[in-house]
Design a binder for this molecule. Structure first.
Ligand code: NAD
Length: 431
């Protein structure tokens, strides 16, 4: 099948490489010529485990190409997948400008009978508007629209795309379902056929639910700290209940990244627009945003103030196995600490492009390539993200001083007893 993927960001490159690996002829298109140049050279402009290998393999086999030319990418494609960004606008609603521009740009080259698939996260009601927009520019309406939302997670994006829990196809015509099922058949995953509106709502609901879970367990963790319970033990106990499940419990600094905050914002804005002013969704991001200042104030008391303290901040991206800095906790924690007079030394296992970003955002902070150097003489070791390089590091070997040293374990990953025995003052979450 000839496939075109518009937008070669985290979702687009992975989608293009995986579809190519199934024997399809895939062209990835972006408006960013530098990105396309890099991809042509086999360089993935961000870090995603396993992606570079897959990309190189598909390029070498001639199945995957990249271009900035809409005519070249779209005119022979049977399926055109839109995977551009859908950021929040100032009022919280999703901003569809990239989806609109991509739709207008592809329209003149759209062949009769082609399927335009929206993979970007967009609200219910988007497809009819896009159909109108594309028809006007294409000069014909003989094409189809579908919604195939993406559920991959950065850090495991290749694995998630190759082995999805399900593929959701939102369409109205049988021929469209059949064609898209054929495209996804090699995945051997359950395929859920829905209306486009249900498919789009399912994507928002999934992200809002996961964000709710994180907020919920954070609030339970706060209560545990008041009464001697340990959140890890509580999670273990509730996880046996099949209605609850043992997975996806992350007490800590709250959710971040490019999707949860913006998708919750959009769902909340939509709720307000249809008269649900005070529902759960309207409170979720506020609770999440309050979390970091609330925890930092608590830690400030515990360590006796930040002024003059050397703080080693470990883990700068928004989660492990990615270099994506969008809505990373470090972006809030570091300015807070600098403002309070702390000296910061940062460390992240993926130093490119995290370091240039870190140094630009925080010109008064230092950065080191070595976790050992970051820990040298630190008053406070603050582990923000559970990179294996961070949680696997034996902190007991770094304790070479008799002065008080705190470990703030924002992801509850270290052995509290071991660190306490080594002389650290250990502070976890909810324990
Ligand atoms: N990143 C994730 O983990 C993830 C997971 C699931 C769903 N999503 C959704 O997928 C969509 C894409 O997310 P992403 O993280 O890959 O975005 P991204 O910002 O990494 O990439 C978007 C790409 O689109 C390109 N682009 C913008 N306008 C264009 C145009 N008119 N023509 C061609 N290219 C254009 C940009 O240059 C950029 O390379 C969003 O709607 C997001 O909500 C993302």
């Amino acid at each position: 099948m000839n496939v075109c993927v518009i937008g070669t960001g985290f979702v687009g490159v992975v989608t293009a490489a995986v579809y190519a690996s199934f024997g399809n002829q895939v062209v990835g298109l972006d408006i960013d010529p530098q990105k396309i140049e890099k991809l042509r050279e086999g360089i993935v402009p961000f870090y995603e485990p396993g992606l570079k290998e897959l990309l190189l393999e598909q390029q070498a086999g001639g199945k995957l190409k990249f271009t900035v030319d809409y005519q070249e990418a779209v005119s022979s494609a049977e399926v055109i997948i839109i995977a551009v960004g859908t950021p929040s606008s100032a009022d919280g609603q999703v901003d569809l400008k990239f989806v609109h521009t991509a739709s207008e740009s592809l329209a003149p080259y759209l062949s009769q009978g082609a399927i335009v698939v929206v993979k970007s996260t967009v609200p219910p009601g988007t497809l009819p508007k896009l159909k109108e927009m594309i028809s006007a520019k294409a000069g014909h309406g003989n094409f189809f629209m579908a919604s195939v939302p993406e559920f991959l997670k950065e850090g495991t994006a290749v694995e998630d795309t190759l082995h999805p829990d399900r593929v959701v196809i939102g369409a109205t015509e049988e021929s469209v379902f059949a064609k898209l099922e054929e495209l996804h058949q090699p995945l051997n995953a359950p395929i859920v056929r829905l209306s486009p509106e249900s498919a789009q709502m399912a994507k928002y609901a999934a992200n809002a639910y996961l964000a709710t879970r994180i907020t919920f367990i954070n609030q339970i963790a706060d209560l545990c700290e008041q009464n001697g319970a340990d959140i890890n033990q509580v999670i273990e106990a509730i996880g046996f209940d099949k209605r609850v499940g043992a997975h996806y419990w992350y007490p800590g600094f709250g959710y971040g990244g490019s999707c949860f905050p913006k998708d919750v914002k959009e769902l909340a804005a939509y709720s307000r627009s249809v008269g649900f002013e005070d529902n759960l969704l309207n409170h979720l991001n506020t609770l999440n945003e309050e979390r970091i200042p609330m925890l930092m104030a608590k830690y400030e008391k515990a360590v006796g103030g930040w002024e003059g303290k050397k703080v080693a901040v470990l883990g700068l991206a928004f989660k492990p196995n990615t270099d994506d800095m969008r809505e990373a906790p470090s972006l809030k924690v570091i300015p807070y600490l600098l403002e309070k007079g702390a000296d910061i030394i940062g460390f992240d296992p993926k130093s490119v492009p995290v370091v240039p970003f870190f140094l630009k955002e925080h010109p008064h902070a230092k950065y080191t390539e070595s976790i050992g150097e970051a820990l040298l003489d630190a008053d406070v070791i603050m582990a923000l993200i559970e990179w294996p390089e961070i949680i696997g590091y034996d902190l007991t070997t770094a304790r070479v001083t008799s002065k008080p040293q705190w470990v703030i374990d924002a992801r509850n990953q270290f052995d509290a007893e071991k660190l306490t025995a080594a002389g650290y003052q250990y502070i976890g979450v909810g324990r």
